[in-house]
Design a protein around this ligand. Sequence first.
Ligand code: NDP
Length: 381
Amino acid sequence: MKKISRRVFNKKLSTGLFGAGALASMPFACGMGHNSSKKTSLGIALVGLGSYSTYQLAPALAQTKHCHLAGIVTGTKEKESLWASNYNIPVTNIYNYQNFDEIAKNKDIDIVYVVLPNSLHAEFSIRAAKAGKHVICEKPMAISVEECDAIIQSCEKAGVNLGIGYRLHSEPYTQEVKRFVKENTFGKINYVLAEAAYRSTGNPGQWRLNKRLSGGGALMNMGVYSIQSAIYGTGENPLSVSAQEYSTRPEYFKETDETITAQLKFPSGALGNIFTSHNANANRLYASCDSGWFALEPANNYGPLAGNSSLGPIAFEHESQQKLQMDDFASHILYGTENRAPGAMGKRDMIIVEAIYKSIAEGGSTIPLNLGNMGLVGYRP
Ligand code: NDP
């Protein structure tokens, strides 16, 4: 397979996945009724200035074209002055968790990006929607399907757009996998292996190991990447799932799941095998098809990703995934391009997460999923 240049890839995007590319000449197609209606770059406020905001999102926002860092929301007083001076943020655009709702009056801020521990995603996404702001909610979307529904309903009621922080949908390797699936490049897909795991050795008091704050362990944190990979690796939503849990370091993982494997059955007959863990390193998507195979490894970290296939290597220039993701979402609001990771996608994944936990609780029983085409965006025609 020939390498695909960034330029060709961009062209594909503008003519293919960005089927609404023609709309790009019509700014302000969306965001009506909001203060975004006269802008070409939207202001983002990051909520929760932890590791992801500090080391990934804020630096990426210095490179974005359709959005910029306009405000911050933090519960840590010392971060206010540090971020204000690092990123030139006026004091009027700095909020804490108590006065956050006043953001409704702030015309500099169009999008609220919720980057808090998982159990706080629903509360702040809903408060952001009520404040009339578009919402990006980090993965996992929430800690239950019920919360996902509440976020989706609040955004619909407020007439604001909702995107999930699934950055991979905006980066080229994942888009190439979707293209393989859509164009049947390797024939019928029979088997997909999707692994997303890392070995946690940090502070046992961290929120990711605290069930109240995280909602769950490896499955909530990394398992959603495996679920995502299995779905875009087949282009289908699964019909059913059965799962198993393993615990080898119970003294460290006291409240949350450490290692989970699950088998997904797809309508075409394809089988998906997913693996997620906080006690092993794995980062892989592999698909075996009637006429060959394709693989990404690494498949889901910040990149550069790498890929190979029975037709040859897959290679793209690396760009910040977070930059691409936030620009895609801003472009969706400004120009009506595709929302690559809408709320329905986050909710679908939470339905699967809940089914996996149910299967484990029932000793590995098969749990049917009634997903239809829910959350399948930009996959098959
Ligand atoms: P961190 O622990 O590094 O930061 C979380 C921040 O949330 C804290 O720094 C703090 O910010 C704020 N916070 C508010 N209440 C609490 C609380 N009770 N306990 C701890 N922190 C609190 O987490 P990450 O930045 O790594 O993750 C945040 C979210 O982003 C998670 O949902 C995670 O899944 C997601 N994420 C997504 C990634 C992706 O690739 N899409 C990668 C990494 C994370 P402050 O001091 O400003 O109040």
